[in-house]
Ligand binder design. Sequence first.
Ligand code: NAD
Length: 257
Amino acid sequence: MRLQNKVALITGAASGIGRESALLYAKEGAKVVVCDLNETAGADTVQQIQAQGGEAIFVKADVSKTADVKAMIEAAETTYGQLNVLFNNAGIFHAKDGSVLDTDEEIWDLTMNVNLKGVFLGCKYGIPALLRSGGGSIVNTASFVAVMGAATPQIAYTASKGGVLALTREIAVEFARQNIRANALCPGPVQTPLLDELLADPARRQRRLVHIPAGRFAQAQEIAQAALFLASNESAFVNGSTFLVDGGITAAYVTPE
Ligand code: NAD
């Protein structure tokens, strides 16, 4: 098994990419600390892991709150004795996040607090735990929008993901000789609740689909497979990467008809 004897903490593990990663990590032998704001759905992820014979606990945490982040890291060490994989995955995409001209400051602050400060806090309090375990792997979820601009803007979301990418690179360099790797996972559009509202509108859906060489959106399981690779020792020399899992979006100039 690819994560045998490892303890992995995943934020945003009550839904979408986080939940699929939690299920996959557990199948590969990890003990999983499922963290999320949503208690009911988080507990459901744990139940699904246990039903497949795995080990997991749920910790309610708001990643933008210092006390919660400290407590979730503590829970990993108290329950399982160590932390080896830190997957900072929780993120939001606000319906009122649009052009720089009409996005409210409150939406900007909220998005930055969850998507960027949440990753900062995860690393700030998670890295000491990884060091106590002799090192480990950090996976921070950015997005393909961290490297591409769109004429259908979501200014706060895009800026937050650019921040995640830059922050991840710096951590990767600073801690490389202490046996910690950090990579920015950059998915293309994935069919998850995060995009449900956007993808429900046929025009907005098509506007995005046309740019994907693969001709479809990703499934959360496909992103989880990449998160598994980055978490496992198979990626031992992958560090500081902009790990794009985007169906070819960033390679494309013109996509097939
Ligand atoms: P999702 O909405 O299905 O799941 C996100 C989870 O994060 C939810 O369970 C939610 O309760 C939790 N969450 C939200 N705010 C939180 C907070 N403050 N503290 C703790 N948990 C919180 O979304 P998803 O599509 O699985 O997205 C996961 C990550 O992938 C996000 O960072 C997102 O930005 C990123 N991403 C998604 C896509 C996509 O198209 N779906 C593309 C690129 C990147």
